[in-house]
Design a protein around this ligand. Structure first.
Ligand SMILES: Cc1cc2nc3c(=O)[nH]c(=O)nc-3n(C[C@H](O)[C@H](O)[C@H](O)COP(=O)(O)OP(=O)(O)OC[C@H]3O[C@@H](n4cnc5c(N)ncnc54)[C@H](O)[C@@H]3O)c2cc1C
Ligand SMILES: O=C(O)[C@@H]1CCCC=N1
Length: 388
């Protein structure tokens, strides 16, 4: 029998969080193995596709220092790799003026002195043509927000990791984890041992954690990623400075609608619903709920009149939700040398480089460089299942 290969750290799952965790560990000189169940690149998890929104418009203050550093880390990676990963578009935030969500986002931006433009009913269409602001809604623009080139970002993180000597083994599913002072990881193709392991398995987190006797209160949902055709080509194009947009709340569940300008597919604008039907990641496509598409059709017809109100393309992606929609970034409660990055709740991409840095710090037993109390497992007291 061949001896297990030895590493400083094994990262399980090569989505955005695993790629950046592995890259940070390699930057710190650690011999690192990144394991991925599918052949890379793939479209079965949560990190695929060409675009993601980056923004500071959050309801909670604690994301602001994290986002400040995330922007710096994205720029640093662009410089190191000589690749463009971010394009500024601004994010239009719309919602009823006195609603909780809208007020909270506006207050967070104001309190933290984030560049922002408040739009009025009268000047709204000068700035944002071809969009109907709903009756009673207010609007603001988070100026530094924009688009991240998601697939390109993943490839860049993987390439930089490999340049630093990191090893990626794809098409190799982890089948068991044996915790201990040295962690042993069994895959479909071999056995590996390391001083520490990072579990960044996205929608499969609980399946992996079951091997360590832990279950987190995570719910996996399938998101229908919808693209809508412009009636006149270019109306909502990124080059015409059409921004990303987000609805905080409003009539008919509008809280959950967001969009990006056209450019990734010619003539198509991405407009999606932030809620999906429950699914199992191994049989994602058995979830066929399309009730979100009816909500989106009505929104598009009413508020984005330059689009055909029927989706031209529908792709699939998954969110892994926590009960409070904040992430899990923590040590395993029973095994300090296993760290967990999970439950990114549909908004973790923009923070990928920082999450990689934080999981790396946790793996190395260092004090994390941001306050991780909102992301601790113990906040779920009573809802985690442990067989330990
Ligand atoms: C439609 C959509 C739109 C989004 N929009 C935004 C946005 O605008 N802005 C933003 O910031 N975020 C956004 N997000 C959220 C963001 O994309 C996710 O939070 C992020 O991609 C999660 O990354 P991850 O690495 O945790 O998961 P994943 O990308 O799913 O990575 C986990 C990996 O682990 C692998 N794996 C699992 N089990 C095993 C195993 N046993 N062995 C080996 N490998 C395994 C999987 O195959 C997978 O590749 C969006 C998500 C979706 C779906
Ligand atoms: O994280 C984000 O910025 C976006 C916003 C809307 C829903 C999904 N992700």
């Amino acid at each position: 029998m061949t001896r297990p290969q030895e590493y400083d750290c094994i990262v399980i799952g090569a989505g955005v969080q695993g790629c950046f965790t592995a890259y940070e560990l390699a930057k710190r000189g650690k011999k690192t193995l990144l394991l991925e169940q599918f052949i890379l690149p793939h479209t079965r998890g949560s990190s695929h596709g060409q675009t993601r929104i980056i923004r500071k418009a959050y309801e909670q203050d604690f994301y602001i220092p994290m986002m400040n550093e995330a922007y710096q880390l994205w720029a640093q990676l662009e410089g190191e790799a000589g690749v463009k990963l971010y394009r500024q578009t601004g994010l239009l935030v719309m919602g009823p003026e006195h609603s909780q969500g809208y007020k909270k986002v506006k207050a967070t931006l104001e309190r933290n002195k984030i560049p922002m433009v408040l739009l009025t009913k009268d000047n709204f269409n000068q700035h944002i043509p071809n969009v109907n602001l709903a009756e009673g809604d207010s609007a603001l623009v988070d100026v530094t927000a924009g688009v991240l080139y998601a697939d390109r970002a993943l490839k860049t993180a993987q390439d930089q990791f490999k340049k630093l000597g990191g090893v990626i083994r794809d098409n190799e599913a982890v089948t068991d984890i044996q915790p201990g002072p040295v962690v042993t990881v069994f895959t479909s193709a071999g056995v590996y041992r390391a001083k520490s392991a990072a579990i960044t398995a996205g929608a499969w987190a609980n399946k992996l954690l079951a091997h360590t006797g832990l279950q987190l209160p995570l719910e996996v949902v399938k998101i229908n990623v919808c693209y809508w055709k412009e009636k006149v080509l270019g109306t909502y194009h990124i080059n015409k400075r059409f921004p990303c947009f987000l609805l905080t709340e409003g009539e008919e569940s509008n809280y959950h609608i967001y969009g990006l300008p056209s450019f990734e597919y010619p003539g198509l604008v991405k407009v999606c619903y932030h809620i999906g039907g429950k699914t199992d990641p191994d049989v994602r496509d058995e979830q066929t709920d399309k009730s979100d598409i009816d909500i989106l059709k009505r929104f598009v017809a009413r508020c984005v009149p330059g689009l055909v109100p029927d989706p031209a393309v529908v792709e699939s992606c998954m969110y892994t939700m926590t009960p409070d929609s904040h992430f899990v970034l923590d040590h395993h409660p029973a095994y300090n040398n296993i760290v967990i990055g999970a439950g990114f709740s549909g908004h973790g991409f923009k923070l990928g480089p920082l999450i990689g840095k934080l999981l790396c710090e946790l793996s190395l037993g260092e004090m994390p460089s941001h306050d991780l109390s909102p992301f601790r497992i113990r906040r779920f007291q009573g809802t985690t299942k442990s067989a330990l």
